[in-house]
Design a protein. Sequence first.
Length: 408
Amino acid sequence: MSPSHPGVRDGAFRFEYNPSTIRFGPGSVDDLAAELERECLERALIVCGSTVGTTAAVIDPVEAGLGDRLAGVFDETTAKKRLATAFEGRNALEAADADVLVSLGGGSSLDVATVISVLSASDRSHEDVATELAERGTVTVPDDGLVPVVTVPTTLAGADLSMAAGLTAAPGSSPIDAEISGGVSDPALMPVAAFYDPELVATTPESILAGSAMNGFDKGVETLYASNATPITDATAAAGLEKLCGGLRAFGNGDGDDETLETILEGVVLVQYGISRPGETTVSVVHAFGHALSRTEDVQQGVAHAIVVPHVLEYLFERGGVDARVGLLANALGVGDADDRSEAVLESITAIRDALGLPSRLRDIDCLDHSEVTAIAEAIQADSFMANAPPGLDPTVEEIEDVLEAAW
């Protein structure tokens, strides 16, 4: 192990990770009841959005897989991930007398299910929790009483093996004066199991898959250059990026068959494996940009990633004294033999974005206004994920503005 490895001193590192049980493959949701039995769980409440809850091709296989362990369906999650929705979910959990939550859909449903788990472990009021969220940006996770979560993703964002969740609250739905956002995080919030079924992913519209895939892809990119990278995450992220490169190019070129989706899904599992750990995560600068852009406006985070990632990487590569690990990125993307590996990495990532048909300029997002650039840059600089930036990087607001202007 090289002593120059980010986050590693003289080759030493500490890696603590308690992952979910992973079930992978076409038809894997058929084994939901069997997995719950292994976990001694009896009654499952499915947590999903209204579209998923009324789409037979998605909800029917999951209900069938749960069999007589299905206690009910709560299909009220939205992309906003509202605290009020989580409280409604807690009520549904209690009414169904369920002892496990099955998150079905995208990252928003998993986040809401995770917050429902937190709320279920106490009898705190909506007002009490909203006040804490407004004051601290988070909600206390009780030491015990959490309801286990099983996740069944239908997108490619790679947020499934995580011990953190985002949430928001707004006047009108919560007892607060202004809109707020924050999250919860605790090792105990890692799902007990994750089911990756390509047949369910295939039911998601291609436009949604494309944006979510860029989000998942960037988790692999960021894990390689994060300050707390380890040889273990290097291996999983690099292997995942290799699969994603081929799979996403094929998908973008119209080849969305079962084999392609299975390859992409394998890559998504690998790039997120080990990145969400007790007290840390390897997501970094690109995700900080995505947070700021998607929290200020109605912007899909994967779309924001698609636009900014080439510009963020170019900034990292050109910044003196910053170890962005160009060689490892180039090898993972299959361009390690290029004369100019930095340029080859940028071209490879841009080609994947373009193949997926994703936007290339911030100005093309209708809800963004150029007057917000400075405020967005300040939010990016303050984002907690910036702590995982490559060694040697300490960007100013002005430098971040320059990256945003280049992406504009």
